[in-house]
Design a protein around this ligand. Structure first.
Ligand code: ATP
Ligand code: MG
Length: 587
């Protein structure tokens, strides 16, 4: 046997490589338990999708478990609306936490018990310094910190003060509980970090039961420990906090094993894991996407200041925004697969996300005809009351999707851009004297147009060749252009919402001196067209249905405002890249 280290399995990210190794060494037996720990203080965004795909994806791949844990230790900003939206979004992405839904607030009693245990073991103390003094005492990256004069309080006094903090005797900020670690540590995070603070605020789940709340660094690792998490995966900004994560858990394990901890007490702390098999934290690079912002604080601002129409505005980089825009869970999961999981920060092009949704919808979206900028097309030699019905495939490559019937008549509606009175030579659409194909219908030759007194074109005129029924000719004569159409008599009216990028700059999160991200908003990010015409088959589609308007783009019937048979409202998901050349070839 060679003693060369085994090459990592191709395509496996570094987290999975660590898990493979842990399984090999039997670190946790065959257990793999991850968690997705959102704070319910906003809607999930596409960055969270990366974390969801990673954590739930690992559980899926290793036959493990992924907990959904609401990290709700800050009462002020959290809300059940956010809890509900988070559950909906994770489910929509295709992941299932089964029974494993937890709230950090469920552990408030246990966090408190650990805090008292730490006090009894001399590992934590109540500090009377103000927030500002604590900051001053903390020192800097270059200078060590200074110990608080309250640092060496006797255990009994600490316990008494901490209990009185809990009982509401003190005001916000008057005292805190701090870990007793090392004020001279080169890692500032370890300079006696705060574990508990006083906050007289109601919590969305525990009401007014508590007026002290644990800090993230204390609550998070303990929640992991209580739940038997094996791999606690978070983003890079927590790298400096990892030693504190380790300190809290190892101190707890040490205390449990010592005389400080009463025999019948150990149960309270759950887990029971040893230092070897306790959870460990691993950091990966967060997702950044060009052309948008991914910070809940900024997203909340967009909603609250009315720059967008709510969290699920189709321009928002939230999961609910993408859903309403017409992105599919498959396309977002594909995107997360492609960007991979790395340890270095990077910026991903928004175009990659669009590429993923186009690819997915190209396969699954049925095709229809719709006109977004209408002008009439009159076929002069077509019978006044004549009617035709064409059966058209719903998908050009997949016959099994079936067909739909599209009525045709003497008056059609076409897109204004498909006619030009004085066209350059390379213009292959309607212009006087030129013949084009009406998609799946007939060849028509343009004869001219009508204009109103302002010179605006009110109708385009043409003649058709009855021998080209179906959109092809026996005599081998070729036309270069194919245009889409709907019958004026049969078409349904629709409102179509065209979305462009929300920001007009690539790095709105970092817009430079004296500007903020809202200065980068694109004023033309939403255009509503109320006078669009679509083929009748679309009149009855359900909200949330994806489809393609041939030559125009991918769309979805809006989840909120679209009512079949009454009010048709379609959102543009993405434009097509180059539909033109493709269709021209096919007929
Ligand atoms: P934000 O910075 O956008 O406000 P957050 O980190 O405060 O987000 P949490 O609710 O705490 O939001 O995040 C839940 C999980 O999602 C965490 O594990 C966090 O690391 C992860 N996460 C958040 N943003 C991203 C991102 N852009 N890329 C990857 N993972 C992310
Ligand atoms: Mg956070």
């Amino acid at each position: 046997m060679s003693n060369k280290p085994e090459a990592p399995e191709k395509g496996k990210d570094f987290v999975r490589q660590i898990i493979d190794k842990d399984l090999e060494n039997g670190k946790y037996g065959d257990r793999v338990v991850t968690r997705f720990p959102p704070e319910p203080n906003g809607y999930l965004h596409i960055g969270h999708a990366k974390s969801i795909c990673l954590n739930f994806g690992i559980a899926r791949d290793y036959d493990g478990q992924c907990n959904l844990r609401f990290d709700d230790t800050n009462p002020v900003k959290e809300d059940t609306e956010y809890v509900d939206s988070i559950k909906e979004d994770v489910r929509w992405l295709g992941f299932d936490w089964g029974e494993n839904q937890f709230y950090a607030s469920d552990y408030f009693e246990r966090f408190y018990a650990v805090a008292e245990l730490f006090i009894r073991a001399g590992k934590a103390y109540v500090d009377d310094l103000s927030a500002e003094e604590i900051r001053e005492y903390r020192g800097t990256l270059k200078e060590p910190g200074k110990e608080s004069p309250y640092r060496d309080r006797p255990v009994e006094e600490n316990l008494d003060l901490f209990r009185r903090m809990k009982d509401g005797e003190f005001g916000d900020g008057e005292r805190v509980l701090r870990a007793k670690i090392d004020m001279a540590s080169p890692n500032v995070v370890l300079r006696d970090p705060t574990l508990y603070r006083i906050k007289h605020a109601d919590h969305h789940r525990t009401g007014d039961a508590w007026c002290i709340y644990p800090m993230y660094d204390f609550a998070h690792c303990l929640s992991d420990y209580f739940e038997g998490i094996t791999h606690s995966i978070c983003t890079l900004e927590f790298e400096n906090n990892r030693p504190l994560y380790d300190w809290v858990l190892d101190t707890l394990i040490e205390c449990i094993g010592s005389e400080t901890c009463g025999e019948n007490e150990t149960e309270v702390f759950g887990g029971g894991a040893t230092t070897q098999e306790r959870p460990y934290q691993y950091e990966f690079a967060r997702l950044n996407i060009s052309g948008t912002v991914l910070s809940k604080r900024k997203l909340i601002q967009l909603v609250q200041e009315g720059h967008v129409d709510g969290w699920d505005d189709p321009r928002m980089p939230t999961i609910s925004g993408f859903r309403r825009r017409g992105y599919t869970p498959e396309s977002i999961r594909d995107f997360c697969d492609r960007i991979g999981v790395a340890k270095a920060d990077s910026m991903v092009e928004y175009a990659l996300l669009e590429h993923c949704v186009r690819q997915d919808l190209n396969e699954r979206a049925p095709r229809y005809l719709g006109v977004l900028d209408p002008v009439r097309l009159i076929i002069e030699n077509y019978p006044e009351d004549g009617e035709d019905v064409f059966e058209m495939p719903l998908h050009p490559e997949d016959e099994s999707v079936g067909t739909r019937k599209v009525p045709f008549g003497r008056e059609l509606i076409i897109d204004r851009a498909d006619f030009m009175e004085d066209a350059p030579k390379k213009y292959f659409r309607l212009t006087p004297g030129k013949e084009v194909r009406l998609r799946f219908a007939y060849y028509v030759t343009c004869t001219g147009c009508d204009k109103d007194e302002n010179g605006i074109i009110t109708a385009v005129r043409c003649t058709y060749d009855p021998a080209t029924r179906g959109g092809w000719s026996d005599d081998g004569r070729k036309v270069k252009g194919t245009i889409h159409w709907v019958s004026a008599k049969h078409a349904a009216k629709a409102e179509v919402r065209l979305y462009e990028r929300l920001f007009s700059e690539d790095r709105p999160g970092n817009p430079g001196e004296g500007r903020t991200f809202t200065d980068c908003l694109n004023p033309d990010s939403k255009e509503v067209r109320t006078e669009c015409f679509v083929e009748p088959a679309l009149a009855d589609i359900e909200p949330g249905t994806h489809f393609q308007f041939e030559r125009t783009g991918y769309f979805i019937a809006d989840a909120k405002d679209h009512t079949p048979g009454e009010k048709l409202v379609f959102n543009r998901t993405a434009t097509l890249r180059d539909s033109w050349a493709k269709i021209a070839k096919k007929g």
